[in-house]
Design a protein around this ligand. Structure first.
Ligand code: ADP
Ligand code: X2W
Length: 301
């Protein structure tokens, strides 16, 4: 059905108002982390894919890193395997690692590639094993109780941290119409696979490509204090205090730590936003009134 003249005018106004934002971000790289908890609703998923396709078409270079924690959890539970987390990281034995690779590299990654195709874009799904572009090493989780003088290092299996990112494959894609969709799996020089928290991969990719923005889409309105108020513009010291008093815990720990690390390494801003809001990514890019939690270079001084 054709648009009425009034609504056509409204659409034209909206498009015209987006011009300064398009000019600001055209040619820039935005790293978008699509959390497993933000992927649940079909309409939201389709909206997310449309936003990414639109970005690429107007000259922004989106790089999607996805999670899939709940999807891995579902598969493990179907197989009667228990999920266990320490400091927001999944304890990953050999069997769990096999499931993680299947779910992240297969089901979730190809699901997002497919969504982007259906929205008219061209996506290419990668894990860090493709051309070995995410080099990783074993991550030990630090834990300190009151009775300990120094923190202990806990071995949680095949869990990795990023050692290096080879950006050459991402550069090739940047100069094409292909959108990279990356599963957070790393590899070492001996071919061992590592399950890496997707926030950490997103932060390191953003640092490596010198991204303009790191956007972390999750299932909450942003970083909150104990009363539920969304906090924004935090410094490293303020974040440390919120971790120490237990305000920040679980899955928010890697999120906030990668956001801080990315801006300290030169990414202009990192945003933790609510992926349950339709078109959350476009709202973040095309409005001045920031949604969610913003961490920027200026809040670190
Ligand atoms: N201070 C905090 N503010 C907001 N959320 C927090 C905070 N501390 C812990 N969380 C938890 O972190 C969760 C987000 O992390 P996670 O479940 O890993 O999401 P994702 O799948 O998007 O990575 C929130 O749903 C919330 O339960
Ligand atoms: C080590 C570790 O915890 N890896 C994560 C990888 C997926 C992920 O990060 O997914 P979300 O972003 O949806 O939480 C996991 O196994 O759940």
């Amino acid at each position: 059905m054709p648009l009425s003249r009034d609504s056509a005018l409204e659409t034209a106004n909206v498009l015209s108002e987006s011009l300064p934002y398009i000019q600001r971000f055209a040619g820039k790289t935005l790293v978008i982390k699509y959390g497993g908890n933000a992927m649940t609703d079909k309409a939201l998923q389709a909206g997310f894919a449309r936003d990414i396709v639109l970005m690429k078409l107007i000259g922004i270079n989106p790089i999607v890193i996805h999670g899939g924690g709940p999807q891995i959890g579902q598969m493990l539970s179907d197989l009667n395997i228990e999920s266990k987390f320490i400091n927001g990281m999944r304890v990953t034995d050999s069997r769990t690692m096999e499931i993680v690779e299947m779910v992240l590299g297969g089901q979730v990654n190809k699901g997002i590639v497919d969504l982007i195709s259906r929205a008219g874009g061209k996506a290419i799904g990668l894990t860090g094993k493709d051309s070995g572009f995410i080099q990783a090493k074993k991550l030990f989780v630090k834990h300190q109780s009151e009775s300990m003088d120094t923190p202990e290092q806990i071995d949680i299996g095949h869990v990795g941290e990023v050692v290096s990112i080879d950006t050459s494959v991402l550069k090739v894609l940047e100069n094409s119409d292909l959108i990279p969709v990356i599963a957070p799996i790393g590899v070492d020089s001996e071919g061992n696979s590592y399950n890496i928290n997707a926030d950490l991969v997103a932060g390191k990719v953003a640092e490596a490509v010198n991204a303009e923005k790191l956007i972390l889409l999750t299932n909450i309105a942003g970083l909150q204090d104990k009363a539920g108020n969304v906090l924004t513009g935090l410094s490293t010291l303020e974040v440390d205090a919120l971790i120490a008093d237990g305000t920040i815990y679980g899955g928010m720990l890697p999120k906030i730590s990668c956001a801080l690390s990315a801006v300290n390494a030169g990414v202009t801003s990192a945003h933790i936003i609510d992926g349950r809001v339709p078109h959350a990514t476009l709202l973040e890019i095309f409005t001045d009134a920031g949604v969610g939690t913003l961490i920027s270079n200026s809040s670190q001084t």
